[in-house]
Design a protein around this ligand. Structure first.
Ligand code: SF4
Length: 180
């Protein structure tokens, strides 16, 4: 279902409030301590060559214009620790538990994002250590297949802290010990 401009605006305002406070902290986290979570419904349903594995959707990069491919590539080129294309919230939470990141970017529908934030908060309460900074990016067209996100906005969030460009991100943050 494509959201109306009014609904998108309302959503953006609500999620912006939740996300904004985390973005400054997130931008200071080294890429090697960040992970990207993508909802599997962002992939192109026609001709997708990915297999569903126990750890999630195994994207083989068959389509250069596929949203999953583009966002995954952006994260890995920036030096992210890992990317999970999750078919559901429970697998995404398992991935977070296993990778224990300091920064998380999550792209999903509103419901999954809200549930995911709650579950990560519960997870943090159970373990010691700093809470991860979570940057959330809601879909602009939801549903369970061929959903859409604003790619430019998502790339920009994934690259937070990389003002000079994606390729410079890893190197610049690596040179600043305060950000490691
Ligand atoms: S690039 Fe990955 S997710 Fe996209 S259609 Fe190909 S295998 Fe599927």
């Amino acid at each position: 279902m494509r959201l109306s401009p009014a609904a998108i605006f309302k959503d953006r305002a609500r999620f912006k409030r939740k996300s904004a406070t985390n973005e400054e902290r997130f931008s200071r986290i080294h890429p090697s301590q960040r992970v990207l979570l993508l909802s599997h419904c962002l992939r192109s349903s026609k001709g997708c060559k990915a297999k569903i594995e126990p750890w999630g959707v195994d994207c083989v990069g068959c389509n250069p214009s596929c949203q999953v491919n583009r966002l995954k590539k952006t994260a890995l080129d920036s030096g992210y620790k890992a990317v999970c294309v999750a078919p559901g919230g429970s697998l995404a939470l398992k991935f977070v538990k296993e990778n224990n990141p300091l920064g998380i970017v999550a792209v999903a529908c509103r419901k999954e994002l809200e549930e995911g934030m709650e579950n990560v908060q519960k997870l943090i309460k159970k373990k010691s250590g700093p809470a991860p900074a979570i940057v959330i990016i809601p879909l602009t067209k939801d549903g369970c297949v061929d959903t859409e996100v604003n790619i430019e906005a998502a790339v920009s969030k994934i690259s937070l802290g990389c003002e000079s460009g994606i390729n410079d991100c890893n190197e610049r943050l690596c040179k600043n010990p305060a950000l490691k």
